[in-house]
Write a protein that binds this ligand. Sequence first.
Ligand code: AMP
Length: 222
Amino acid sequence: MADITFNSPALVILLGPPGAGKGTHAPSLGSHLLIPHISTGDLFRQNICNRTTIGIKAKGFMDYGRLVPDEIVLEMLFARLKQEDCKRGAVLDGVPRTLIQARAIDREFSKTHKLNVILLTLDESLLVERICGRVACKQCGRPYHRKYDPPKNELCACGGTLVQRVDDSEEVLKQRLEIYRRQTEPLIEYYKPILQEIDGNQPKQEVFRNIIKNFTLEPIHA
Ligand code: AMP
């Protein structure tokens, strides 16, 4: 059981293969724990939209389902974690993805932050269906799933157009999965002593209930 308190900032790491639900649960977990959620994938996509140097460098890797080099990821992540809203910590979605990233996060934060790691598991048979049915609003970013959370009239509730991520195609997914197995799965062993495993095959409310069971929340005293 992990305590998230005002005086001891926490980093909550969500691990799991693409499609396991990290992006679905990270925002709700962040709201529940009153800390921001940080998705390195979202940060890269914003950088691409804004045509920043980071975005230009990252795009070539992302479009082909490859990992962006560690030093780019870490510089962007650490800069984000130094912002004021992260003083009690953050929920990390999609990072670390390599041992180098995990060790760098340890070096930078293990003295000041409590680390919590949640592994969302998912049966292989569900992966393709989960990923390839995903769409998101071009305007507000709200995610939908064509089968599990279908949009009305092919539009977002805000009226925005829905688009599929370039890297959510079946072909790119194969590459992302292979990279996950080779580079990210070793983190399961690395974090073993503090890892909580959650079955991600359940309906999403059930998965979330199981995730938050791992945390006791102390009230914030301003
Ligand atoms: P995601 O939205 O988490 O699926 O990330 C989309 C893409 O962004 C990944 O396939 C990678 O190309 C890149 N990316 C996101 N986070 C990382 C990371 N921690 N390390 C390397 N590449 C990343």
